[in-house]
Write a protein that binds this ligand. Sequence first.
Ligand code: NDP
Length: 294
Amino acid sequence: MTTLAFLGLGAMGDPMAAHVTRHARQGGHRALVWNRTASRAHAHAHAYGSEVASLEQAAQADVIFTCLPTSAQVDEVLTVMEAHLKAGAVWVDCTSGHPQAAAAQGQRLAARGVTLLDAPVSGGTGGAQAGTLTVMVGGPADALEAVRPHLAFAGKVVHVGQGGAGFAVKAVNNALLGAALWATGEGLAVLARAGVDLHAALDVINASSGRSNASQNLIGQRVLTREFPATFALGLLAKDAGIAADLTGSVQGSAPLLAQTAALLRAAEHLIGADEDHTAALKLIEQMNRTELH
Ligand code: NDP
C-alpha cells in the first residue's frame, strides 16, 4: 500500500487533493491531507474520505504533494518535516515555485534519500476541479515514472528537464499570460477611449490574429462583466512574472518585455490588491486611461 500526502488545500490544492484521494481509495492506497488552517483539512476529509494528518505524519508518506503560494512556504513545511522523512519517497511540489529554491530543496531532500520533482500546474481552478491540469515536471525521469500513476489531477504531464525546469517553464508561461492580459487591456482601453464597442472589438480580435487566452476567455468572462472572480490572485501572477524576470537575470538573458510585464503586474498588485483576481490588473490600465472596460 502506498501512502500519498497532500499539503495545502487552497483554491488549487483542495480539488487536486480530491482527485488524489479518489485515486488512492480506488487503488487501495492511503490519502493524507494537511492544511495550515486545520478546518479545511477536516472539511476535505469529510467530503472525500481523506485522512487528516500532522506534518510529521505526512512526512512518512511515500509520495508528498505540496501546493502552497510560493517556495518560501514550501521551505517552512520542509523544515518541520525534514527529520521525519522516509528514504525512497518522492516529493512532488505543485507550487509555482522558484527554480533556485528547487535546487536548494532538492539537495536538502536528497540528504534524506528523498527525490524532489518540481511539478507546477496550469489550467486554473476549473482544470483542477475537472482533473485536466497540465503538469510540467523537472527532476529525474525515473522518479516521474514512479509517481505518474498518482497524478490523478492531470490531463497532460510533460517532463521538461532537470530539477527547476518545471518552475522555469511555469514562470515563463505565466509571464506570457501576464503580457497578453496587460497588452490586450491596453488595446481595449484605447478602443474604449475611441468610442468603440468593446464586445464588438473582442468579437473581432477573437476571430483575428490578436487573440489569446486573455481575449478569448479572461477579459470577456471576468473584466467586461465586472465580476473579477478571485480564483487566481493578482499577487500570485505578479510573483510568477517576477520569477521569470529572476530567471532572465540568472541566465544573463535579455527579455525586456517580460521584465516590464513583471514590473507592471507588481505595480497593479500594490495599487489594486494582491488578493484581487489577476484580471483586476486591468483596473490599473482603466485608471491610467480614465475609462472603464465594459
Ligand atoms: P491559495 O491562496 O488559494 O491557497 C494557498 C494554500 O497555501 C492554502 O492551503 C494556505 O493555507 C496555504 N498556505 C499559505 N501560507 C502558508 C504558510 N505560511 N504555511 C503553510 N501553508 C500556507 O493559492 P492557490 O491554490 O491559488 O495557489 C497555490 C499555488 O498554485 C501557487 O503557487 C499558485 O501560483 C499556483 N497556481 C494557482 C492557480 C490558480 O488558478 N489559482 C493556477 C495554477 C497555479 P490556509 O488555508 O491556512 O490559508
